[in-house]
Design a protein around this ligand. Sequence first.
Ligand SMILES: [Zn+2]
Length: 626
Amino acid sequence: MQKVKQTITQALKPDPYIDFAEWANEYFKLTSESSVEPGKYRTSRTPWVVEILKELSPQSAATEIVVIKPTQMAFTTIANIFLCGIAHRYPGPAMFVQPTEAMVLKHSKKKIAPTVAAIPCLKGIIKASRSKDSGNTLFLKEFPGGSWTFTGSNSQTASRSDSVRYLVIDDYDGYVQEVGIDGGPGDLFKKRTDAFGDKKKIYINSTPTVKGVSHIEAEWEESSQGHFCVPCPICKEFIFLKFGGLDADYGVKFDRDDDGQIINSWYVCQECGGIIHEWQKTKMLLAGKYIHKFPKRKKRGFKINSQYSPLGWVSWAQICEEFVKAAKALRRGDSRLMKTWTNTRQAEVWEEKGDQPEWQNLSTRAEPYKILTIPMAGLLLVASVDTQDDRLEFLLMAFGRGEESWIIYQTTLAGDPDAPEVWKKLDELLMRTYTHESGAEMHILSMGVDTGGHKTQAVYNYCRSRSPIVFALKGATAQGKPVISTASRQDVNFKGEKVKNGVSLWSIGTDVAKGTIYNRLKLTEQGHGFVHFPIGLNDEFYKQLTAEKLITKYNKQGFQVQEWMKTRERNDVLDCFVYCYAAALKAGLAHRDWDAIEADHRQVASGNPPQPKKPANRRIRSKGLL
Ligand SMILES: [Zn+2]
């Protein structure tokens, strides 16, 4: 008992002489579960963590520490050191929050538990997880004088109002911004530290996401904005390592061989133009320091990028290789890789380019392919329907290699979707065959029908009997949501009765789709991602296609949000294009065997139609209307 008392007294007694950087070098261990370099921890391997750990220490007056970071640079390790150091030397209630409960549970199990087990000084302080009532579960670990609570930003328990002295907001840009909640999604957690006043410590870190909606960007903007700078071995100036880019005369540069492989990479100093070799980095890192743009600000901000990655981690050559690949995809209108590279390697926000293409420019580049005929490279035929109260808007498109696409046909089917007539007209377009330039007959392989508006039930009824070729969809405007991801079952009919084979409703990420489409409409070179138009489409078609633009505005809580805004009354064609793209992705656009389809078409052209390989499962018959 005496011994326990002694341990508790020791644990509660703050030691003014040890901060978390010193503590880490003295006690912390990296485990094989959490690091590629397990063993005794040394801040000298990643010197940029020292100032952050010092600010997190009770000796520093800072209460909020913000880190905007690339991936794989040991920033979650900082959180783990912080938690372990608290338990050992400065106990108090602590909370560790990750975007979801599943993530934090995994972190507690795979990262925290083995770390605790590997650190001798924590033995007897934190017990292993046993049963729920032991005070040590994967969600809660108690120790003399304090506790760790692990929770997801989406968790029910997150709304409990216990006070905490220490708070970790990990991977902040992954948090969901709830509608109608004041402020950022982390504010609810931050409020819990209020009772501790100057004694509180909040550590917020994240890889950034999209400009204007990134939570960490908003925190960083208010911070001291410290950039980790290292001395140039030539001019001795402290420089912040930047990638630079193809047009810059400084930054990371590379040579490629004839095959396009990166064979050499180096750094050109922005101050003196001297060449810095990657092996010189180790020494530079050790001499590095943060230079704060606003040194007097109370909220401390820290920034670093992958150029600083220690030897043996991510090399400059690898960063270049990823850049070249991303730039190639961007040239064909696919910005996803460049966004990832910008966020995870450069720790920079990504700016969506949502400026409107000029409709006149598009109309003048129309090509003389026959309407209702699919050009040679168009190998996948899809359609979409935008449902309005008095009509259906129909768009037929072909897709090919590299997501190149062709507008084939667009029409308006007049009629009330609550009555069967207009659906009969749609069925005619769905069931008929279309001619490929090779002479082959093509059918619609996938057709998405919008359920927005007032005619949802009529759409469900139509789609249910024509599944899986025809599917019901609903546009969702969540930022960053994939164009097509999952479907949910809608099991109730218009009378509210359960339907046995309920229709699947596919949720479409319209923001991402519109961004991709607008990027592609600006391409001037045929090939990957290019969009073709046939001669004969009227001006209204082009005006509707370019009827929106991406704007940044402030919501009620004063936060920046980006959203697509209509600049013209009607945008049906753009919506239809989004749905056609989703239909093509659903039909396996990314992994279709284009060679096989072309071989079949060639056989048709040569007068020997291919034998059907198996009973056609994609043809559907009308099973009665409504
Ligand atoms: Zn220099």
